[in-house]
Design a protein around this ligand. Sequence first.
Ligand code: NAD
Ligand code: 0WE
Length: 262
Amino acid sequence: MGYLAGKRILILGVASKLSIASGIAEAMHREGAELAFTYQNEKLKERVEKFAEGWGSSLVFPCDVCNDDEIAALFSDLGKHWDGLDGVVHCLAYAPANELDGNYVDVTTRQGFLTAHEISSYSFVALAQAARPLMEGRNGSLLTLSYLGAVRTLPNYNVMGLAKASLEANVRYVAASLGPSGTRVNAISAGPIRTLAASGIKSFRKMLDYNAKQTPLRRNVTIEEVGNAASFLCSDLASGISGEILYVDGGFNTTAMGSLED
Ligand code: NAD
Ligand code: 0WE
């Protein structure tokens, strides 16, 4: 029996088979979880429904996290199928493309800053709030995805770095808030992975190559590896872990100079 048998988990952020959310769904399905999914907009609906079917699920709901009504409807509809919820996986982020290309001080705008923080950080506490009634008294957990740009600078990540810093603080505050009712709250800080969100980024290939060379494991991580860590964190095996940022990055964050070889 898998270590997520009997757990009901909602996953937000599947957009393609390359999505980190898809790696998480695959691992959680393997470990016996019952899954539900959301899609951001109508364009993604059928695709997400097809993926969901592959993971044994017909529970697929719309949810653009910018929309309060869609967040409310998501949990009210989910509640018609499930009498409780053991996990929510928040696997989404967005900043307007012009914010992620160029010198930070040159390219940052008020609206870009607000959008990045709204979608990439605020949405996490909004979902925690809306999920609370279904999660009450089940020792469940919330999980989100961060990146090292939250705590170190790198070219072009720009305002997304600030939004991830906010998201990581959000993890700690939501953990403090929901801990007394038994809910754990964590993040995985993943190394760079080629996904749809990454394919829009200039020089991403170069970054992946640099990263692999400078990482203790001398390679990049996969969505399968992130999926396994996510399954662990949402399982009872992680019952003592909350407010944590777990790096799944081959050790990259632990080095100041990874390698002198070229
Ligand atoms: P992805 O493009 O596959 O997924 C991003 C998801 O965000 C998509 O499903 C998209 O629909 C969703 N989204 C964007 N705006 C939304 C909104 N307003 N409402 C609802 N959903 C919205 O890319 P990914 O790389 O799998 O990204 C998932 C998470 O992983 C993000 O938080 C990202 O920051 C994080 N992350 C990615 C990497 C990487 O290198 N790919 C590394 C570390 C962390
Ligand atoms: O968090 C991310 C990517 C998030 C992201 C990606 C896009 C591309 C398309 C947010 N918003 C958008 N907006 C778009 O229009 N990562 C950790 C992957 C990533 O993105 C980078 C990186 C890395 C790594 C951007 C610049 C530099 C490095």
